[in-house]
Design a protein around this ligand. Structure first.
Ligand SMILES: Cc1cc2nc3c(=O)[nH]c(=O)nc-3n(C[C@H](O)[C@H](O)[C@H](O)COP(=O)(O)O)c2cc1C
Ligand code: SF4
Length: 490
């Protein structure tokens, strides 16, 4: 594919009156709640929870900063539903997480003066291990089978391991199964089709309850809604994938692939009640070989809407299957391959470019939902960074809410600035994914446009190495209006 560096789209910011009359700044009802505007901040993991998955002061500062920009809906990062150690990823799988989550809700309420509706994305994920040292893989991890013995011409396990360790890449591809080779080259990674593993076989029995407990806890903490994470590289998206060939009634046909997501939704609904906003995020296209496409996604979204989902947020790609090979000692990261680029498109793109690249998927899903007589709101995101883009998406009826993740990270106040007719002051995202590079390394996520802005007297929180500020500089709406970047990137 020829890569082109695309310029940022012209912003042509509206006046205050034009912005306020625009569709993006009109309210929308989601179950019993009303979002003041149709602006949406999709989930972004910032790597700021404690090692035990608790809400830290840095988590409070991060979401408080987004809330100060008063988006209509702010979605808290993918939050783990199990009570198992997961490093500094936020968790919700036990009552001990409640007090921190309650503080988070209170912080967002305060910072947005009650104007932002706060949702939390809840997630289950399967084990992914780091790419092993070959010596360890052949010495310990690999289970020696008859296939290996035959390839080595040796019955003795110790000498078989030694011989495998000395083989060339071509010889190894023949001696190992495809899966064993992948474990060696990329690191061990579980999939939903590994039903020979008891804990994978039992996922359909345990996940509805785990999701439901988490959703109930989210409601108890005071969140306005829950987003079930059925997208990207994680467990529930694995069930929806066309590659899911489980033989236990939860894989194979489209209907069976959707069975567990429907059961999770139903169990969550029973737990949170009919008056609580419960929606989900799914993939409009997995963008991997043999993966689900838009026709699958339209079917899934329509059935989930029929089953009572209150919104459908549409993403794209972000899979392990086509991710780049990690270095030895690192774990595979699902946003490094072609599907990852579709999830977080950069200015280095094909002729179509990154801006609003995934909107057509949301549009097809919305048409499918409307075709069965429903009006479940659909959220789109992916390379959206101007008022004009949002307005044309809404005017065409391609989506009901328009999300911006990286543009909001670059400038958490940008919705307010646009709404106040001060778009010229927006600090515009340059879409080169410095932030995503930090996420990949599990480093605290910041934006390159502001993380070294220490002057004049910065005393706020810094990254673990002290080199980067952790939250965007404040914006004073009463300050000089002439400062800003206008149509060009800083
Ligand atoms: C640092 C970072 C972390 C992200 N974490 C999540 C996440 O937890 N859950 C999720 O569904 N998407 C996650 N995403 C994807 C975004 O929600 C969004 O779909 C993507 O960035 C494309 O939108 P944008 O072009 O507006 O940034 C993340 C993106 C970034 C940049
Ligand atoms: S680091 Fe780059 S891609 Fe990420 S939000 Fe900032 S400008 Fe945008």
């Amino acid at each position: 594919m020829t890569r082109i560096r695309h310029p940022l789209p012209d912003a042509d910011w509206p006046s205050r009156d034009a912005a306020r009359a625009g569709r993006w700044f009109q309210p929308i009802r989601l179950n019993q709640i009303t979002a003041r505007t149709r602006t949406w901040v999709p989930a972004m993991v910032p790597w700021r929870a404690t090692e035990d998955g608790l809400v830290s002061d840095d988590v409070l500062d991060w979401y408080g900063r987004f809330a100060a920009g008063k988006p209509g809906v702010l979605v808290v990062e993918a939050t783990g539903i199990r009570d198992v150690p997961s490093g500094p990823l936020l968790r919700i799988g036990h009552p001990r997480f409640l007090p921190g989550l309650q503080r988070l809700v209170a912080r967002v309420r305060d910072a947005s003066e009650g104007e932002t509706r706060l949702f939390i994305q809840i997630i289950d994920f399967l084990a992914v291990r780091r790419r092993p040292e070959p010596a360890k893989f052949f010495g310990r991890f690999l289970q020696i089978t008859d296939r290996h013995r035959a390839a080595c011409g040796s019955e003795d396990e110790v000498s078989c391991r030694a011989r495998l360790g000395a083989m060339s890449d071509d010889e190894l591809r023949a001696a190992l199964t495809e899966r064993e080779y992948r474990d060696l080259a990329f690191g061990y990674r579980e999939e939903v089709r590994d039903t020979h593993l008891p804990h994978i076989a039992e996922l359909p029995r345990v996940l509805p309850e785990l999701f439901a407990d988490a959703a109930e806890r989210a409601r108890a903490a005071g969140f306005d809604g829950v987003e079930l994470h059925f997208a990207h590289a994680y467990t529930m998206a694995g069930f929806l994938s066309r590659r899911n060939d489980r033989q236990d009634g939860y894989g194979g046909t489209r209907e069976r692939r959707l069975r567990l997501p429907l059961e999770v939704l139903a169990r969550c609904r029973a737990a949170v009640g009919s008056d609580f906003c419960l929606g989900l995020r799914l993939l409009g296209d997995e963008v991997i070989h043999g993966g689900s496409r838009i026709d699958d996604a339209v079917y899934y979204a329509t059935e989930l809407a029929r089953a009572g989902a209150d919104f459908v947020s549409v993403s794209k790609g972000g899979k392990f299957e086509d991710a780049k090979q990690p270095a030895i000692g690192s774990a595979v990261y699902p946003y490094t391959g072609p599907s990852g680029l579709e999830c977080m498109p950069t200015v280095f793109s094909d002729a179509e470019g990154p801006f609003g690249r995934n909107v057509h998927l949301a549009a097809a899903i919305r048409r499918g939902i409307h075709a069965v007589g429903l009006a479940t709101p659909v959220v789109t995101s992916g390379g959206i960074c101007t008022f004009a883009q949002a307005e044309s998406i809404l005017a065409r009826g391609d989506a009901d809410l328009v999300g911006a993740a990286r543009q909001t990270l670059a400038d958490p106040d940008w919705f307010r600035k646009v709404e106040l007719g001060r778009g010229a002051e927006v600090r515009r995202c340059i879409f080169t994914n410095y932030c995503e590079g930090l996420d990949q390394k599990h480093k605290q996520v910041t934006c390159q446009l502001w993380d070294r802005a220490f002057e004049p007297e910065f005393a706020g929180p810094r990254s673990a190495d002290g080199k980067r500020r952790l939250i965007a500089p404040p914006w004073d709406p009463d300050a000089d209006e002439s400062v800003g970047s206008g149509r060009t990137a800083p």
